[in-house]
Design a protein around this ligand. Structure first.
Ligand code: COA
Length: 150
């Protein structure tokens, strides 16, 4: 069974960070100093569990007086991909009560993940840019609950 919850306990947050270490640092080769940043302290972390075991994570930062939710650090353990975990994480974030004032969701997508986000209603804009040595594009989606545009 797949469960998504806000990581409120120290052990849940640790589980999120362990998944990120595995995916971004060990699998993708992102330098540790770039992966771990000060935004983690203010972020809302989400944890996906499959049959009780941590398998995925993402974090959300509120910006512009809470009108923009910046989604980041979306990661699913390699062995658990293509099973709907990533989609469930994004959908749980969009449904979370803490984003009710949000007009837009924004994220910086690794270009390989574009189809994943497009299938969830996100549009790409601007030019490709490099971050941690990986090509990215800005993407966004209006919060359907707020009737925002763009
Ligand atoms: N390319 C194309 N389509 C993809 C895709 C990819 N890389 N990853 C997922 N999809 C599609 C799936 O096929 C599925 O489509 P369907 O509904 O038609 O079956 C849909 O997107 C949902 O996929 P899901 O199984 O929920 O995704 P996932 O659990 O595999 O998670 C990532 C997707 C990107 C989070 C995961 O591949 C990952 O952690 N990658 C490494 C870290 C990373 O790159 N994170 C993104 C940083 S921006």
């Amino acid at each position: 069974m797949l469960t998504i919850r806000v990581a409120n306990s120290a052990s849940d947050i640790q589980a999120c960070l362990c998944i990120r270490d595995e995916v971004f640092i060990r699998e993708q080769g992102v330098p540790e100093a770039e992966e771990h940043d000060s935004h983690d302290e203010e972020a809302c972390h989400f944890l996906a569990l499959k049959d009780g075991h941590p398998v995925g994570t993402a974090r959300v930062l509120l910006r512009d007086n809470g009108t923009i939710a910046k989604i980041g650090r979306v990661a699913v353990l390699r062995a658990k991909r293509q099973q709907g975990v990533g989609r469930a994480l994004i959908q749980a974030i969009e449904q979370d009560a803490s984003v009710t004032a949000v007009q837009h969701f924004a994220l910086d997508a690794q270009t390989h993940a574009l189809p994943f986000y497009m299938a969830l209603g996100y549009s790409a804009h601007g030019d490709e840019f490099m971050e941690a040595g990986i090509p990215h594009l800005h993407m966004s989606k209006a919060n359907p609950k707020r009737g925002g545009s763009g």
